[in-house]
Design a binder for this molecule. Structure first.
Ligand code: NDP
Ligand code: 2IT
Length: 448
């Protein structure tokens, strides 16, 4: 599979050890395809068994999360925290609540997070956590009781200098409030052991918007540097209307693009005149409804109750911001046939390996999530700095730091790809650049 016999050996062993972890194996395979290009020039990678070590999480915590629902019935979920790698800083990464959560999904997310965090240039290691609990349809009290039970175990494994969780799919402001509140009570101290906090208790301005804003800043860098172009006037599709999708859509509009379609689990809305992205945010954040309710606001818009068919719409740029593997080979073929210019990932690993190769083979500009969506965790890093300093930056200050971090990530990925003879291949650039810093730290820190 790989040119390097060392990588083949390590990956074949992992195939056996992690045979029930398809998402994790997918993330590792995609990463190793890039590392294959530099392995000959870096004999220390094999000498120090870096790949064997980097694919093995430093620690995995799995725990029971019992809670009582509104009917007084006892429910049990499974909780996870994967502390993947702390070579360059404390473990850092979000918490996901969704019924699909498995150890494989936690490990793939923790693995990706490690390289993403390295790319930000900030001192953060990689981790991820979550539970197979779905907040959808639960009352506020049920969610609070669940979060408290989850934290009653997790609190002993996290801390401002140890492991700093944040939100992810299914974990937004409400959940973070309940999780942080209980952490604070159990530890009996107020420290920045969580990011994405509310503004009244240590959160950073622009953290809520940061992932989506960063996705657009990254897309702008690609267009500017590779095509001498910009988002202005581009017709855009955004999949997923959660935290990442909503703020990607809002920033895209601010930068002059027209968002013609957005999706959620209930289906997609399509309007050639442009979707009112502020109203979509209102539906999802305040009304907590499905996108079909957009029709009441704008009856001329089209609603299709099948999120999968959103890929048939013709657009210049697609931002997949929903979930892993939402864009497979069939979707990629439609995207190419539609003459799309760029796919810029807002979600983590939304594109399968086959689809990624197909898109890039057909000259579609492709931005991998671990680079394009790094603005969220980068701003989490800025929140950690502000908490340590007991100080807050203004929105303009945070936004400008976020903007320059995204510019730097683009430049790093672009230059790294060029150096290994793959100019324009940002997947290779992101994987290699993210890895090299961790590798150097792992060699320096010894066999641990
Ligand atoms: P949210 O829970 O806020 O939103 C997820 C959205 O996706 C919801 O609108 C949901 O619909 C929708 N959805 C779920 N599955 C599908 C699907 N197959 N097709 C279309 N829509 C779908 O999550 P986030 O926005 O936080 O996360 C989205 C992705 O971005 C994840 O991959 C996450 O790991 C990644 N990410 C998140 C970051 C963050 O800071 N939050 C940072 C970097 C990456 P409905 O509303 O109907 O449930
Ligand atoms: O995937 C991600 O980068 C996130 N969910 C954000 C992590 C963070 O710690 O802010």
């Amino acid at each position: 599979m790989f040119e390097s016999s060392y990588l083949n050996k390590v990956y074949n062993e992992l195939l056996i050890k992690s045979k029930n972890e398809p998402e994790f194996l997918q993330a590792v395979e995609e990463f190793l395809k890039s590392i294959d290009l530099i392995i000959q020039d870096h004999p220390d990678i094999e000498k120090y068994s870096i790949v064997e070590r980097i694919v093995e999480p430093e620690r995995i915590i799995m725990f029971r999360v019992p809670w009582v629902d509104d009917n007084n019935e006892i429910k049990v979920n499974r909780g996870f925290r994967v502390q993947f790698n702390s070579a360059i800083g404390p473990y850092k990464g979000g918490i996901r609540f969704d019924k699909s959560v498995t150890l494989s999904i936690m490990k793939f997310l923790g693995f990706e997070q490690m390289f993403k965090n390295s790319l930000t240039g900030l001192p953060m290691g990689g981790g991820k956590g979550g539970s197979d609990f779905s907040p959808t349809g639960k009352s506020d009290h049920e969610i609070m009781r669940f979060c408290q039970s989850f934290m009653s175990e997790l609190y002993r494994h996290i801390g401002a200098d140890l492991d700093v969780p944040a939100g992810d799919f299914g974990v937004g402001a409400r959940e973070i409030g309940y999780l942080f509140g209980y952490y604070k009570k159990l530890k009996n101290e107020f420290t920045g052991a969580f990011t994405g906090k509310g503004l009244s208790f240590g959160g950073s301005l622009v953290r809520r918007e940061a992932t989506g804003y960063g996705v657009c800043y990254f897309a702008e860098e690609i267009l500017k540097n590779i095509k001498n172009d910009s988002l202005k006037g581009k017709r855009v599709i955004v999949t997923g209307s959660g935290n990442v999708g909503t703020y990607t859509a809002m920033k895209a509009v601010e930068l002059g693009a027209k968002v013609i379609a957005m999706s959620d689990i209930s289906g997609y809305i399509y309007d050639e005149n442009g979707v009112d992205v502020n109203y979509v945010r209102d539906i999802k954040e305040k009304q907590k409804k499905n996108l079909d309710s957009y029709l009441m606001y704008q009856p001329s818009c089209k609603f299709v109750p099948d999120y999968k068919s959103v890929w048939t719409i013709k657009a210049d740029i697609i931002f997949p911001c929903a979930t892993q593997n939402e864009l497979g080979i069939e979707e990629a073929k439609k995207i190419v046939a539609n003459g799309t210019m760029m796919v810029c990932e807002g979600a983590n690993m939304p594109t399968t390996i086959e689809a990624t190769d197909y898109l890039m083979d057909h000259n579609i500009l492709f931005a991998p999530g671990k680079a394009a969506n790094a603005g969220g965790v980068a701003t989490s890093g800025l929140e950690m700095s502000q908490n340590s300093m007991r100080f807050s930056w203004t929105a303009a200050e945070v936004d400008s730091k976020l903007h320059s971090i995204m510019e730097n990530i683009f430049e790093t990925c672009y230059n790294t790809a060029k150096k290994v003879g793959k100019e324009g291949n940002l997947v290779v650039g992101a994987n290699i650049a993210g890895f090299l810093k961790i590798y150097e730290a792992m060699v320096a820190e010894g066999v641990i």
